[in-house]
Design a protein. Sequence first.
Length: 432
Amino acid sequence: MRQRIFVSVVVCLLIVMMGIGTIAADKKNDYFVNEAKLPFKALDGMETERLWGVHNGAGYRIEVPENWNGDLVLYSHGYRNEEIKELTVDNPANLRKYILEKGYAWAASSYSKNGYEVKQGVKDTHALGEFFNGKVGKAENTYIVGHSMGGHITGVLAEQYKNTYDGAMPMCGVMGDNELFDFFTDYNLAAQALAGVSTQFPAPADYQTTIVPQIKETLGLNTGWLTSEGKKLRDLTMYLSGGERPLFGAAFASWKDFLFTLYREDPSYGTQGNLIDNTDSIYQLDSLPELSEEERELARLIPEITADPQARNENGLAKIPHLSGEINVPVMTLHTIGDLFVPFSMEQLYAQRVAENGKSDMLVSRAVRAVGHCEFTPAEETDAFTALVKWAEDGDKPQGDQILNPDIVNNEDFGSEFTSPLRRYDPLKNRN
């Protein structure tokens, strides 16, 4: 009898302890999926099978057309602020109608965490593809597409799972990985130096309320009438973000204020230690390769920042993975030339890495004449996806833009071939 009572007490204690552990775990990771928001409607005039639910802590949506061709498109969404606790799924808006009409199924995941969580996005998107293969049917070909951080995820999937995917289309992607956060830092440190305020890294607590207004007033950013130092910030930003190119004036006017909001008090971005490293940054004010004394003096005013070794890992699947450019499947990228949130230079860095690996025959880069982040039309995305599939299945490599040739990038017509239609603010639209 005593033995039975002792066993019962032990079992009760174990149950309580397990319960405490569950509560603690839930408290630590309080992201959630509102399953009531997962159901979605078919497009007008289309009959599809639609599935939704939660898999491995991430919400998902799957849509399969009646005339399914046996192929799957996996879609990766962009960044969600880590302070937002609800996990949500995005449909591939510009591509959805087209890929369903052509017989493709698609699937999209929320990821089980918010924040700049590329590693988690890679794991959850890959897991959803495997779930699809078991739930719906084994896909004959699987293509991966994504926007912004989802472009970074798409690039990593193509490198990490070399025998799983048949083609990849990162759009407005963070293809330079950690270099994006260096760009945000370079912009803010250069603005501080040019405005004559004390350069501070990381951002102090009063940066947005006290220091940024002073910078804007000194450089003429708040009036649109740039001072001589303000023009230097504009030029420096141009060279940091992709070089001389059409629409940059409109791009700088659109993004100059927003870039200040990206300077953080915590430079870890959720990694271990400081992620920022500007030791290879070049603060250029003109197109001449040799640095002038003025450029050297500006560089001297900007503190040299070295990333903590544990924050950046170039091997394997780190929290913010490095894109090596070692690709074995066709990759088609799209990027707007005036984007300064994820600047055009991200594509150039990626193309350089691909070239260094001798894999340029596996990459096509397309430039779109627009200023917004991920500002693509359905025609631009569907044309690129059509070309990617034809390339993957028939071996016909499509046309792209020579984004590493500065003379071509600076041509007034650069990006016009794959832009449809020209935007209202584009000088080419009104040239005739």
